[in-house]
Design a protein around this ligand. Sequence first.
Ligand SMILES: NC(=O)c1ccc[n+]([C@@H]2O[C@H](COP(=O)([O-])OP(=O)(O)OC[C@H]3O[C@@H](n4cnc5c(N)ncnc54)[C@H](OP(=O)(O)O)[C@@H]3O)[C@@H](O)[C@H]2O)c1
Length: 311
Amino acid sequence: MRALVATTAGAPATLADHAAPTGHVLSAMWSSLNYKDALALRGRPGVLRSLPLVPGIDVVGRDPAGDVVVVTGAGLGERTDGGLAERVAIDPATALPVPAAFTPQQAAAIGTAGVTAALAVLALERDGAPDGPVLVTGAGGGVGGFAIALLAAAGREVHAATGRADAIGDHLRALGAAAVVDRLPAEPGRPLQKATWAGVVDAVGGGALVNAIAATAPGGTVAACGLAGSADLPGTVLPFILRGVVLAGIFSVDLPIARRRAAWDLLAERIDGGVVDRLTDRVVGLDAATEAAEDVLGGSVRGRVLVRIAP
Ligand SMILES: NC(=O)c1ccc[n+]([C@@H]2O[C@H](COP(=O)([O-])OP(=O)(O)OC[C@H]3O[C@@H](n4cnc5c(N)ncnc54)[C@H](OP(=O)(O)O)[C@@H]3O)[C@@H](O)[C@H]2O)c1
């Protein structure tokens, strides 16, 4: 079968013939480029646990029974061959039918980014966010875009933090952002800042996350999803012990099926296909995915890059 294969540490993945998998195999229709996939495709360390391996942490495809299912994370494209291939072996216990609200293409556009945003919003709502605006960082990316739409659909006043306010401000407002603000400083400021946000969905990490925590209102929840800026957490415990701020870690890879279902139910309930299409920056073939990964890492993508396998 044709697949994008990473064979050598430090080198980009290339389109090649690869041994077809055995077991519970999907005929792949769509995949997508998450930040992790972009790292793996460009030969950057930290994602692929062994080589050679097929990247791609998401796949939508037809299972042996003929049903169209979606799998996100679950070790695809990290521990086992992933979604950027014509055939993909999956653990059927991690697969869900594509919700009726979405086409297979839209389910792939949601993918790990949308599931992660949904888990973050569920954490905010579980741990409680007081009244007031919610901050979404990394707003121009996949996780950020879905988080904006999910929160706005629930009537939340969303403040979208981006480094591209001029270029994508209208796009973020169309997703439901009430305000578009600059990225938070990457250097941590005072440990307790003016209580501004009732909750935060953060894709950036580092000093920006610490500043977001420091400006969260008493009782608010901060969902830490990503490290697009930094993996560091250079802060103090003061917001936790003086304001009762909750720091919720979000992990989308190994999820019990009930948590996966809860995330997809929230997505189907709150957003429609039009929102997903708005968040689709472009569609590429397997032959152009490694090149498109450069744009994902360079931060010029608006939302999601879809990979068409065989719809
Ligand atoms: N926890 C999990 O299970 C999980 C799941 C999915 C993703 N993630 C992580 O979440 C993060 C976002 O994923 P994604 O798929 O949304 O990626 P993405 O589409 O590439 O978006 C990342 C966004 O972060 C912002 N950004 C990039 N570099 C930055 C920097 N140096 N400082 C501040 N902001 C920066 C950019 O937004 P603006 O240009 O608008 O500022 C960019 O669009 C990644 O770190 C990813 O690994 C984690």
